[in-house]
Design a protein around this ligand. Structure first.
Ligand SMILES: Nc1ncnc2c1ncn2[C@@H]1O[C@H](COP(=O)(O)OP(=O)(O)OP(=O)(O)O)[C@@H](O)[C@H]1O
Ligand SMILES: [Mg+2]
Length: 443
């Protein structure tokens, strides 16, 4: 449970505040001198401090309080501090809030306001602690993965992608077929690349075939090869992609488009490694790691008799399912920065990118930013350069947590700190806390 430390030389204040907090379900302890307060803080377990500004009889300068405030800040930079001030100390209180105090309350305090302030601060502190912990955890996992595997330049931030990439590098080593499913432009080919690069046959050929790119009858010749005369116009031997991929990896994209007879031949290669070139009776044998991908619903295609069920179960021994970008919005801004390669982005543009649903997923995001870079010529990319449709219905904005670069961008643009805070949707104190956290000095 959260414990609040009250530091005030007047025991009556500690008692009254302690009782008030207790009545509101909060736990408090008090200390009568700055030294005792600092000692108690060092023992740990304190979530918030309420401190007086004067500790010696007849002093009113507030200097003791100021010194205490900075001493606490130095030792425990994340603990919110509320200052209890007399009206004569208003200016100092405001300056200390600028220096990172959470808030100040005039003596005599208003009970309801004090409780509301304390509860708010505790909630906020817990939230930012959770966010920081999640970011740290994520960062560690990502760094570890990138150190041990070739991630083919994949950019991601979401937990969903983290799990998917962990699974991809894990199955990469095994000699089993992998099926990658997911909507258009979500990054299926990128995941296939990661699997290939971390597989035991990474040094072998990596052959890519798009089963949707050729007419059905030519596809079989493309995959399995053909002898001269196997079809009109063919006058020399055509080496199929399976042969070309021998000892390596074949990436078969849009597998849902393969003809039924092509599917039958594919099933046989998967089972035995054997096939014949079109127009030949000579059976050939290859060892190929197959990675396939589709954006169609294969179980539905099976239901309609368009896809062989036995082939499906062969292909999807391992299925990696890529979520659409709108279901992993944390990836949007990191991807945007990657595609922009250093071109600055306004906060407004960031918010629009994050709020949009991206039916064309990462490819649509990439194209949108390429266009915006052209439109914006040499200036910063604004929301209007993105040319995104207005949201169909207003829905609550996702909670926005600016990162260090965004903080710097906004500070550089905003005429005042108050305006910067407003643009970021943060209170002034919350902005100060973030500046402090990243070691950015306010302009
Ligand atoms: N996480 C990512 N990090 C970096 N680049 C990405 C990422 N995801 C996708 N891309 C890029 O976005 C584009 C589309 O990705 P990709 O071709 O892998 O998608 P796809 O799912 O295979 O699409 P389609 O269904 O249209 O074949 C590519 O240029 C790819 O490099
Ligand atoms: Mg693709």
């Amino acid at each position: 449970m959260d414990k609040i430390l009250i530091i005030d030389d007047n025991p009556a204040v500690g008692q009254a505040l302690g009782l008030l907090l207790k009545l509101n379900g909060l736990d408090a302890e008090s200390a009568l001198t700055p030294q005792a307060g600092l000692k108690r803080l060092a023992e740990g377990g304190i979530s918030l401090v309420i401190q007086d500004m004067n500790f010696t009889a007849d002093t009113t300068s507030g200097e003791e309080g100021k010194a205490l405030f900075f001493a606490i800040r130095e030792r425990c930079p994340d603990i919110p501090i509320i200052l209890l001030t007399a009206w004569t100390e208003l200016e100092m209180a405001v300056n200390l809030v600028k220096a990172g105090a959470a808030d100040y309350l005039g003596k005599p305090w208003d009970d309801a306001k004090l409780i509301a302030t304390v509860q708010n601060l505790l909630e906020l502190a817990e939230l930012s602690q959770q966010q920081a912990m999640a970011r740290d955890r994520h960062h560690q996992r990502q760094t570890k993965l990138a150190a041990n595997f070739d991630l083919a330049g994949l950019v991601y931030q979401s937990d969903a992608m983290q799990r998917l990439v962990e699974m991809a590098v894990q199955v990469a080593k095994a000699d089993v077929p992998v099926l990658i499913t997911g909507p258009n432009g979500a990054g299926k080919e990128k995941i296939a690349e990661i699997i290939q690069r971390n597989s035991q046959v990474a040094a072998g050929p990596f052959v890519r075939v798009n089963a949707g790119a050729l007419p059905l009858d030519l596809m079989e010749a493309e995959l399995f090869g053909a002898e001269p005369g196997a079809y009109t116009g063919l006058n020399k031997t055509r080496i199929g992609r399976f042969e070309a991929a021998d000892g390596g990896t074949l990436f078969l994209d849009e597998i849902g488009n393969l003809s039924l007879s092509g599917q039958m031949k594919l099933l046989r290669v998967l089972q035995t490694g054997e096939f014949e070139r079109l127009g030949s009776t000579q059976t050939r044998k290859v060892r190929v790691r197959l990675i396939s991908a589709t954006n169609t619903d294969l179980p539905a295609a099976i239901g309609q008799g368009q896809f062989r069920e036995d082939l499906y179960y062969r292909l999807n021994v391992i299925e990696l399912s890529l979520p659409p970008l709108r279901e992993r919005r944390e990836d949007i801004l990191p991807l945007a920065r990657h595609f922009l390669a250093g071109r600055p982005l306004s906060l407004d543009a960031c918010r629009m990118l994050e709020a949009y649903d991206w039916p064309g997923n990462v490819r649509e995001l990439e194209n949108c930013l390429k266009r915006a870079m052209l439109l914006a010529l040499d200036h910063r990319i604004e929301g209007t350069d993105l040319n995104l449709p207005a949201p169909r219905q207003s829905r609550p904005r996702p909670a926005f947590e600016p990162d260090e670069q965004q903080l710097r961008d906004v500070l550089a643009q905003a005429p005042s700190l108050a305006e910067a805070a407003r643009l970021l949707g943060l209170s002034r104190q919350a902005l100060y806390r973030r500046l402090e956290k990243y070691g950015i000095s306010p302009p």
